[in-house]
Design a protein around this ligand. Structure first.
Ligand SMILES: Nc1ncnc2c1ncn2[C@@H]1O[C@H](COP(=O)(O)OP(=O)(O)OP(=O)(O)O)[C@@H](O)[C@H]1O
Length: 457
């Protein structure tokens, strides 16, 4: 039963509303003053409040202001015998849902309550949907880099700092961006995504900033850009390394002044947007090549996040595989399938050039194509099992000895294997290898020594 708090100093109004509301199946509770109502709200939360404007002591508007401070989501309907347009407008601006004049009409009261409760229900549904969506944005993994990443998100998300996320394709950069948004104060505002690489250069500005009518051929009406759409929320600029220098200059201005103009217009628009940018490129190299503005890089890089490739966090593979198996089995209404040990081992030996996205796609295919409950090596795509047969994997993890290895041992085994391969690729030239893998030369020397790697040639 829905509870409705009626706040009115007139006994006759309280009595008549009690009868009407009870007849309609509501549970009415009463307060005679604003102060009493606030005290009651400290103890129990009704579904809706009906609040008189003219009351001795704290009046209706003052009470409304306090209610909105304490319970911003609570639906309040104002009632007044001397209603003026100004008070109605004032109350609505302060967040009142509706305004009804006395003498109260039974029909009007019930309609306003029904509408108010509908809004309450929609808000609740919205919250539930968000919660469910939030689950899909869960970052799976217990490897050290992922645990660190989650800690970093928890610290950085509530701030308003701009964020730069780097990592190879498919590592989960967008997922991290969504997690930051979901854990920020902006979570109830939009998360708008733009893939800068997917939009033709000549359209990107209008996509981001919008355009005025007639700005260019085909601009038949004014259109809001993504910065407008994301106002109050988060704008996720994916593949920012593919953005032209001109667009970068505009983005920098928004970062500094929170202002921009639409294409073809001279009206300045102010926005409050948090930008999360992501790239799979090495922006320092792009700066050196003259393709990326250094000032923008430093402004964006205030909160840097790096999502490591899947091959650097082997321990996450079983967890991710299980997570995706559950997800796709339930989506396809199939009985839960599992990977046998050999299949899992083959997956942990593979290099995953497409990272988590590749793993997710393969599991989806397996769920659809394999009728059996247990997935074995025979079901896996050739690309994963090839290395198992000839003793060499295509991925970066050839011949790793992972049997019974702790995480640290596995990581060391991987590092050794990786360095050997990279040194071989670069003719055992330390400077060249260090540059290729973006590591300090001295650091590479130290690792070579630590792993007892013998330099050939
Ligand atoms: N740690 C993780 N836990 C659960 N799902 C993940 C994880 N990492 C990635 N995914 C899933 O893998 C897919 C690819 O991730 P995402 O799109 O975030 O990668 P990306 O780095 O942004 O890729 P791109 O650079 O190609 O845009 C998504 O479906 C995402 O939900």
């Amino acid at each position: 039963m829905r509870t409705i708090l009626v706040v009115d100093d007139e006994a006759s109004i309280r009595e008549s509303l009690e009868g009407i509301l009870q007849d309609e199946g509501y549970n009415p509770i009463f307060a005679e003053t604003g102060e009493e109502a606030l005290a009651m709200l400290g103890r129990e939360l009704p579904d809706l409040v009906m609040l008189d404007i003219w009351m001795p002591g704290m009046d209706g508007l003052a009470t409304l202001r306090r209610i909105k401070e304490i319970h911003p989501g609570l639906t309040v309907i104002m009632m007044s015998g001397h209603g003026t347009i100004e008070t109605a407008v004032k109350a609505t601006k302060m967040g009142a849902f509706d305004f009804i004049e006395k003498p109260l009409s039974l029909e009007k009261v019930l309609l306003s309550i029904q509408n108010g409760l509908k809004v309450v229900d929609l808000a609740e549904e919205n919250r539930n949907l968000r919660r469910q969506l939030g689950k899909d944005y869960e970052i799976i993994g217990t490897s050290q880099p992922i645990v660190q990443l989650k800690q970093q998100i928890a610290v950085a998300a509530p701030t308003s700092g701009w964020v730069l996320i780097t990592g190879e394709n498919g590592t989960g950069k967008e997922l991290v961006a969504r997690a930051i948004h979901e854990n920020s104060r902006r979570k109830d505002r939009p998360f708008v995504e733009v893939n800068c690489a997917a939009i033709p250069e000549e359209l990107i500005e209008s996509e981001l900033f919008g355009h005025e009518k007639g700005a260019f051929t085909g601009a038949t009406a004014a259109r809001k850009g993504k910065f407008d759409q994301a106002n109050g929320g988060t704008l996720f600029l994916d593949e920012i390394g593919d953005m032209s220098l001109k667009t970068q200059a505009k983005i920098l201005r928004i970062l500094q002044e929170h202002k921009f103009e639409r294409v073809g217009g001279n009206r300045t628009i102010e926005v409050n947007v948090r930008v999360i940018a992501a790239t799979n490129k090495n922006l320092e190299q792009e700066i050196a090549a003259g393709n990326f503005r250094e000032d923008l890089y430093y402004r964006l890089n205030v909160l840097p996040f790096h999502v490591p490739p899947l091959r650097e966090r082997l321990v996450d593979i079983p967890l991710l595989a299980e997570h995706f198996l559950r997800h796709f089995c339930s989506k396809e209404s199939r009985k839960i399938k599992r990977l046998d040990n050999e299949a899992l081992k083959a997956m942990m030996r593979y290099g995953w050039p497409g990272n988590v996205r590749e793993l997710k796609n393969i599991i989806e295919r397996l769920v659809i194509m394999v009728p059996d409950e247990i997935i074995t090596c025979d079901h896996l795509p050739d690309v994963i099992t090839r290395g198992r047969e000839n003793g060499k994997t295509r991925g970066a993890l050839s011949g790793l000895q992972l049997e019974g290895a702790s995480f640290r041992e596995a990581r060391e085994e991987f590092e050794r294997e990786y360095l050997l391969r990279k040194l071989e690729e670069n003719d055992w030239n330390i400077s060249r290898t260090a540059e290729a893998i973006d590591m300090e030369r001295s650091n590479l020397h130290r690792k070579i020594k630590a792993y007892g790697i013998e330099l050939k040639k």
